[in-house]
Design a protein around this ligand. Structure first.
Ligand code: 6R9
Length: 572
C-alpha cells in the first residue's frame, strides 16, 4: 500500500477542539442541551434557526445576503422571523395543518427561504424540489407524497400536471400576474395581508420535518423523511466540521432541492446564528469568485464538480479576486480528487476539506475536521459520536485496507426515520442488525481514515447529483422510437460521471444523429436537464438476465473495456 500524502494541521482555526479529544469526550446527550427545548420538551427547527436569534441582540445581524443578476437584498434575523411568520399565517389561513406535505418548486430567491421556514413553523412537512425538474419528475414526487400545497412561480407551474394530482389543493404563486383560478393564491398579496406574529406549532422531536426525494437504482425516486431532531446534528456538525462562528459569513453553493442545500444551506448556518449567503443564477467562475469577494465569505461549502470547473478556468482567474477572508473550504457529494486538494492549496492557499454523508443520513458523518491532517483522496474520519466501519455482507467488521460496505452504527440524531410509504425500502438499509448500510463501498486505513471506492448499486453521480438509472431508462422507453434502454455512469474528468444510454430501437426507426438529439431532448424536457444522457449508443440488442433485467454491469464493462464477469444469468 502506497504511503498516503499528508497535508498538515491548520493552526488558525477558531475551534480549539482537537479531533482525538472530541472523540473521547463527545456525547450526543450533552450536545442536545444547546437548545431551549432541552427544557421544554417541544421543538421547532425554524424557531431554533431564526426566531431564537431574533430574540437576542443579534436580531439586527444579517441572516441572509441574497443576490442574483437582477436582485440584491439582505434580511436580518428579525426580518426573516417576520417574513416566515407571515408565510406561516398564509398557510394557516388556507387550512394547512401539522403533518401536511407542502412542496416548494422555485428558483433560489428569498421567497423560497421565507416559505421553507414558514412551512416548518406551522408543523407541515416541507418538500423542496429542484427548479430544473420537468413534468415527469415533478409529478412523481407530488403524487407519491400527496402534497396538499405547492409554492411555485407561474413559469414553473407549467410543469406541474395539476389535474393529475387530486391531493394538491392549493398553489401559491410567487410573482403571480393576471387572474387567479380557484385554489391559487398570490404570494405577495397574501404576505402583505398576513400578520408578522405567528403561533408556532410546537413539535415533538420525532415529528417529521422534511422530505427529500432521492434516487436508488430501481423504482421511482424515494421520499427520505427527516424529523426535527435532526437539528442537533446540523448544529453540531456545523459548529465543529464547518467551523461556524457567530461572526462568520458562510456560503453553501448547493440548491435546497438537494439535501446539502437544506441541512447545510439552511439549518447548520442559521442554527449557529451565522450570516448566510445565497447566490441565485447560473455558475460561472467569475461570478463565483465575485460572490466570495463581495460578500467577504469566510466559510465556503461546495462540491468537487464545481472545484474542478474552477480549476479548469485556471488559478489566474482566482488570483484576480481578493479571497483572503476565506478561512475554511469544504466539499461533499462525490469523490474529491487529490489533484483538486492540491490545486486548492495553490489557488486559495487553503485546504479543501472533504466530507461524506447522504440524503438518508441527514448530516455529515465522516469528515476532515479542521484540526486534522488531511490525506488527499480520503473522506476523513467519523464525526465524534459516530461509529463508521467497513463490514462484509454478514455484518463482520473488516480490518484496515479491506474493501467492503461502508456502514454506520445506528442511530444518530439526523438519521432518516422513514422512506415515505415504503417500509420495505427503508428496512433494506438496516438489514444488518445494528448497522445502516450506505450502499457505498470503501476501505479504512490504520489511522481510521475512510477512502471511497464506489457505489455498490448502479446509482450515477453526475456533477454531485444522484441520478437513478431506472428513472432515466423509464423515461427513455416512453419515447416512441425506443424499445429498450440501459443507462450507466461513465467516468468523466469534470463531472465525475456522465450519463450514457444504450438504446435499442423499435421496428421502423433508423439510427441517426437527429434521433439521438431528439431522444436527449425528450429526457431533458420530461425529467430534468441533468438526467439527460450526454452520450447515446444504439445497439441491436441489450444484455439482459433471463428474468429480463438489463445488465448494466455488462454495459459498463463494454464501455470501459473491462472483463464482463459472470454471464451465467444472461439470456442467450
Ligand atoms: C450529501 C450528498 C450521496 C452519495 C453517497 C456517495 C456520494 C457523497 C462523498 C461521496 C465520495 C464523498 N458521496 N459524499 N462520494 N466522497 N465525500 O451528496 O447526498 O445526494 O444523497 O448523495 O454521494 O456515493 O452515497 P446524496
Amino acid at each position: 500500500m502506497k504511503q498516503a500524502e499528508i497535508i498538515g494541521v491548520k493552526t488558525s482555526g477558531n475551534n480549539l477542539h482537537g479531533y482525538e479529544e472530541a472523540v473521547e469526550s463527545f456525547d450526543w446527550k450533552e450536545a442536545e442541551k444547546a437548545f431551549s427545548w432541552y427544557e421544554t420538551g417541544k421543538v421547532n427547527a425554524a424557531y431554533e434557526a431564526i426566531d431564537r436569534h431574533a430574540e437576542t441582540e443579534r436580531r439586527d445581524q444579517v441572516a441572509l445576503y441574497y443576490s442574483d443578476p437582477d436582485r440584491k437584498e439582505e434580511y436580518t434575523f428579525r426580518e426573516m422571523r417576520d417574513q416566515s411568520n407571515r408565510f406561516g399565517n398564509v398557510l394557516k389561513k388556507i387550512g394547512v395543518k401539522k403533518g401536511d406535505r407542502v412542496f416548494i418548486f422555485m428558483p433560489r430567491t428569498p421567497e423560497l427561504y421565507f416559505s421553507f421556514l414558514g412551512i416548518l413553523k406551522v408543523g407541515a412537512i416541507v418538500g423542496p424540489l429542484f427548479e430544473a425538474f420537468m413534468e415527469g419528475a415533478v409529478r412523481d414526487r407530488l403524487e407519491d407524497s400527496e402534497a396538499v400545497a405547492l409554492v411555485t412561480t407561474p413559469q414553473l407551474l407549467e410543469r406541474v400536471p395539476v389535474d393529475e394530482l387530486p391531493a394538491l389543493k392549493h398553489i401559491i404563486l410567487v410573482g403571480a400576474t393576471g387572474e387567479l383560478t380557484d385554489g391559487t393564491y398570490d404570494f405577495e398579496k397574501e404576505m402583505e395581508a398576513a400578520s408578522p406574529n405567528l403561533e408556532i406549532e410546537w413539535m415533538d422531536r420525532e415529528d417529521p420535518m422534511i422530505i427529500h426525494y432521492t434516487s436508488g437504482s430501481t423504482g421511482k425516486p424515494k421520499g427520505v423523511l427527516h424529523v426535527h431532531n435532526a437539528m442537533i446534528q446540523h448544529y453540531q456538525t456545523g459548529r465543529w466540521v464547518l467551523d461556524l462562528q457567530e461572526e462568520d459569513i458562510y456560503w453553501c453553493t448547493a440548491d435546497p432541492g438537494w439535501v446539502t442545500g437544506t441541512s447545510y444551506g439552511i439549518f447548520a448556518p442559521w442554527l449557529n446564528g451565522v450570516t448566510n449567503v445565497i447566490r441565485g443564477g447560473r455558475f460561472s467562475p467569475d461570478d463565483w469568485y465575485q460572490t466570495l469577494q463581495d460578500n467577504r465569505v469566510t466559510i465556503w461549502y461546495s462540491a468537487p464538480t464545481a472545484f474542478r470547473m474552477l480549476m479548469g478556468a485556471g488559478a489566474d482567474v482566482a488570483k484576480k479576486y481578493d479571497l483572503s477572508h476565506v478561512r475554511h473550504i469544504l466539499s461533499v457529494g462525490e469523490p474529491l480528487n487529490p489533484e483538486v486538494v492540491r490545486w486548492g492549496l495553490e489557488a486559495f492557499n487553503r485546504r479543501i476539506h472533504d466530507n461524506w454523508w447522504m440524503t438518508e443520513t441527514g448530516g455529515i458523518l465522516i469528515s476532515n475536521y479542521p484540526q486534522m491532517p488531511i490525506k488527499p483522496g480520503s473522506m476523513g474520519r467519523p464525526f465524534p459520536g459516530i461509529k463508521a466501519a467497513i463490514i462484509d455482507d454478514e455484518g463482520n467488521e473488516l480490518p484496515p485496507y479491506r474493501m467492503g460496505n461502508l456502514a454506520i452504527r445506528t442511530p444518530w440524531p439526523s438519521m432518516m426515520r422513514a422512506i415515505w410509504k415504503n417500509e420495505a425500502k427503508y428496512n433494506e438499509y438496516f438489514r444488518i442488525p445494528g448497522w445502516y448500510v450506505s450502499g457505498d463501498s470503501a476501505y479504512m486505513d490504520e489511522e481510521g481514515y475512510f477512502w471511497f471506492q464506489g457505489r455498490i448499486d448502479d446509482v450515477i453521480n453526475t456533477s454531485g447529483e444522484r441520478v437513478g438509472p431506472f428513472e432515466v431508462e423509464s423515461k427513455l422507453v416512453e419515447h416512441p422510437a425506443v424499445a429498450e434502454a440501459g443507462v450507466i455512469g461513465k467516468p468523466d474528468p469534470v463531472r465525475g460521471e456522465i450519463i450514457k444510454a444504450f438504446i435499442s430501437l423499435r421496428q421502423g426507426y433508423e439510427v441517426s444523429d437527429a434521433l439521438k438529439e431528439e431522444i436527449r431532448a425528450f429526457v431533458k424536457e420530461g425529467l430534468a436537464a441533468h438526467a439527460a444522457p450526454r452520450e447515446i449508443d444504439f445497439k441491436d440488442k441489450l444484455p439482459k438476465t433471463r428474468s429480463g433485467k438489463i445488465m448494466r454491469r455488462v454495459l459498463k464493462a463494454w464501455e470501459l473495456d473491462l472483463p464482463t464477469g459472470d454471464l451465467s444469468t444472461m439470456e442467450d
